[in-house]
Design a binder for this molecule. Structure first.
Ligand SMILES: C[S@@+](CC[C@H](N)C(=O)[O-])C[C@H]1O[C@@H](n2cnc3c(N)ncnc32)[C@H](O)[C@@H]1O
Length: 260
């Protein structure tokens, strides 16, 4: 290993415990676009990663050029659980919880907060964060024991945790705002205008909405679904609901779509 490689690997070891793993080029690209602080970024081929940036994300090309340290594939494999096909991995500093909570609680709100009530599936949680980022939601709050910053959730979110405010809270700690809880037994969402300051709440994959969340709900709303189908997937439900919100008024986002 050259001196530069060794410096990259040492920097990784110094930051690994306290940081968020960005797994692959696209996660790193998104994190940089949305202002993440990235103390270390490694690649098995700097040239290949820069070429990918020139093709897909010229807006972050120079930032990557300044950040990426090339290390042998074996060294990178020893640092990450599963090397991403792009041969890129980076570490990012997790946003300040107090700042995230302030952003989630701030009123007036221009876009809803998503509440996942005791989600169990890490992939679903990541997919929801990606949806929230895409629609410009104010934040994603999860109740229960699942860590919304678990590496598998960050992988599922494609580095977009930095594009919205992601935190874990109890139902009692939820921010202000009318709660629209999604449940197949609720009123048809097509007759309901979802306000920008709403908390859009979704139940657990296993058991649906908890009694605590139901007690906090101001409205129960349902997504259209044919008889004999029990329910939709959690992330799919969030996607449909955010799309419905986006048609209700003047959404703050999404704005112009950047390159891939
Ligand atoms: C997989 S479902 C939960 C299924 C669970 N077995 C139950 O008893 O409700 C996860 C969440 O997605 C939302 N959801 C799924 N299908 C829905 C529908 N047709 N209308 C409203 N919400 C729905 C609800 O918030 C639900 O709690």
């Amino acid at each position: 290993m050259s001196r530069a490689d060794a410096v990259g690997v040492d920097a990784w070891r110094a930051h690994a415990e306290a940081s968020v793993l960005l797994d692959g080029f696209h996660a790193l690209k998104h994190a940089l676009r949305f202002g993440a602080r990235v103390p270390v970024a490694l690649a098995t081929s700097r040239a290949a990663a820069i070429a990918l940036a020139e093709e897909l994300a010229p807006d972050v090309r120079d930032a990557l050029d300044g950040l990426l340290v090339e290390v042998p594939e074996a060294s990178l494999r020893a640092l990450v659980p599963r090397l991403h096909p792009t041969g890129v991995a980076a570490l990012a500093v997790r946003p300040d919880r107090a700042a995230n909570l302030a952003a989630i609680a701030r009123l007036p709100r221009t876009a809803p907060v998503i509440v996942l009530d005791n989600p169990r599936n890490l992939g679903n949680a990541g997919a929801v964060i990606r949806l929230a980022a895409g629609f410009g939601a104010t934040g994603v709050v999860m109740t229960g024991s699942l860590d919304p910053w678990h590496p598998t959730v960050v992988r599922g979110g494609a580095g977009l945790h930095f594009a919205t405010a992601v935190e874990r809270l109890t139902v009692d700690e939820l921010p202000p705002g009318p709660v629209y809880a999604l449940d197949p037994e609720g009123e048809d969402i097509r007759g309901t205008a979802l306000p920008d300051d709403a908390l859009l709440a979704f139940g657990s994959e296993r058991s649906g909405l908890s009694p605590e969340l139901r007690a906090r709900a101001d409205h129960l709303v349902s997504l259209p679904m044919r008889a004999q189908v029990s329910s939709y997937n959690l992330a799919t439900s969030v996607g449909m609901t955010l799309f419905h919100w986006s048609t209700c008024g003047t959404p703050g986002a999404p704005e112009g779509r950047p390159a891939a």
